[in-house]
Design a protein around this ligand. Structure first.
Ligand code: NDP
Ligand code: MG
Length: 388
């Protein structure tokens, strides 16, 4: 844990502001106008939403990754707004804007370069984009320590672990329990899961999220990525991480300490809570999420995960143990396979199979450079179509 910014108002850049996390983050900011101020926003192609957000929050600098609508967005914004363009534009926005905190909420490995730029500058980063750590955790974590910015998890499980960790010292941790709702197919047979349709995969029982992570939750690849994320973030051995199915999504994760005490963080399933926690850390302020109600009887249940029906979970443990370039390859293969499923080109059950095939065909690099990780990512993306 590095220094963290106490500047008021905290100057915030949101990468991926038009997405599910990005929009929730703007709601959090809108509720605390004296403490949180948006100085930069970035998205890929939903330019009308981005322009509307920029106007509503009087944001001086924005970036649009997709160049198609560049002229359109410039025309829609006040002339003094600085508009950065393309993938490099996102990095430039982060590298050149006076800011204290960057919310990394782009989906996929595309989020890595601007996240890296924030870490390089020593800015505090609220990390929703777990793929950054899955791809390059071994590079990002030491860099963050060296540059002094804090990396505060936004992913609900990791936010819970981060909070529970404060109850002891790192060397006193015995185990981390990452909880999962089990997704929409928790009770389905393997055969039925294999043939699941897009609508069914997008119908998450407890969380409302963007489409990619919602499908990852249905395969449980999301939990696989989170195992790798936790391994890097908390510097724990893979064998210290366990997954627990908890259909109610109230206990967001738990840490077991050496003395047998288990510390959990609970709350309603609403990402505004961990987003706000990351933005206002180390303070806790009044939240805008609905608090948990205990006025009615409620039961919380837990069950072990089924790696036969959800092979992605096993892949997550395997890739975390392999380390090196394995995370980048697993993530890239999954991103493309999910897209192929969304395009109606492969069956749901093929997503995890393809990710496994590509991971098996990959010759792992033990200590890849950043350039080698990008190469491994590109190789894996290309390899997926050979599996179709
Ligand atoms: P969404 O799909 O809802 O939003 C993605 C955002 O990223 C959009 O703003 C999108 O812009 C932008 N984006 C996508 N690709 C690029 C690119 N190449 N360059 C620049 N911007 C890009 O995703 P979510 O909000 O659901 O998820 C964001 C991240 O947070 C993911 O890593 C996810 O795993 C993580 N997360 C999400 C949770 C949730 O509740 N949603 C919970 C925990 C983690 P545009 O709209 O223009 O396409
Ligand atoms: Mg999560």
């Amino acid at each position: 844990m590095g220094r963290y910014s106490r500047t008021m108002p905290k100057r915030i850049i949101i990468l991926g502001s038009t997405g599910s996390i990005g929009r929730s983050a703007l709601e959090v900011v809108a509720a605390r106008p004296n403490e949180l101020k948006i100085v930069g926003l970035a998205a890929r192609n939903r330019w009308e939403d981005l322009a509307q957000q920029a106007k509503q929050f009087a944001v001086p600098r924005i970036a649009l990754a997709d160049l198609t609508h560049l002229d359109a967005i410039k025309g829609a914004l006040p002339p003094q707004t600085r508009v950065f363009a393309g993938n490099d534009g996102l990095v430039e926005l982060v590298a050149s804007t006076e800011a204290d905190f960057v919310l990394a909420a782009i989906v996929g490995a595309a989020g890595l370069p601007p996240t890296l730029a924030a870490v390089e500058r020593g800015l505090d980063v609220g990390l929703a984009n777990k793929e950054s750590l899955v791809v390059a955790g071994a590079i990002l974590m030491p860099l963050a320590r060296e540059r002094g910015g804090a990396l505060i998890p936004v992913d609900s499980e990791h936010s819970a672990v981060f909070q529970a960790m404060a109850c002891g010292r790192a060397e006193e941790v015995r185990r981390i329990y990452l909880t999962t709702s089990g997704g929409p197919f928790r009770t389905w047979s393997r055969e039925r899961i294999a043939r699941a349709g897009l609508k069914e995969a997008l119908n998450h029982p407890t969380w409302s999220m963007g489409p990619k992570i919602t499908i990852d939750s249905a395969t449980m690849m999301n939990k696989a990525l989170e195992i790798i994320e936790a391994h890097h973030l908390f510097d724990v051995e893979v064998d210290q991480i366990e997954v627990l199915v908890h259909p109610e999504s109230i206990v967001h994760s738990m840490v077991e300490f050496k003395d047998g005490s288990v510390i959990a963080q609970l709350g309603t399933p609403d990402m505004k809570t961990p987003i706000q926690y990351a933005m206002t850390f180390p303070r806790r302020v009044s939240g805008i999420s609905e608090p948990l109600s205990w006025s009615k009887a409620r039961s919380l249940s837990f069950e072990p995960p089924d790696m036969e029906r959800f092979p992605a979970l096993r892949l997550g443990f395997e890739a975390a143990r392999m380390g090196g370039s394995a995370g980048a390859v697993l993530n890239a293969a999954n991103e493309v396979a999910v897209q192929r499923f969304r395009d109606g080109r492969i069956a749901f059950g093929r997503i995890s199979e393809i990710a496994e095939d590509v991971l098996q065909r990959h010759t792992r690099m033990a200590q890849p450079t950043l350039a080698e990780l990008f190469e491994a990512d590109a190789w894996a993306r290309n390899e997926v179509d050979g599996c179709l």
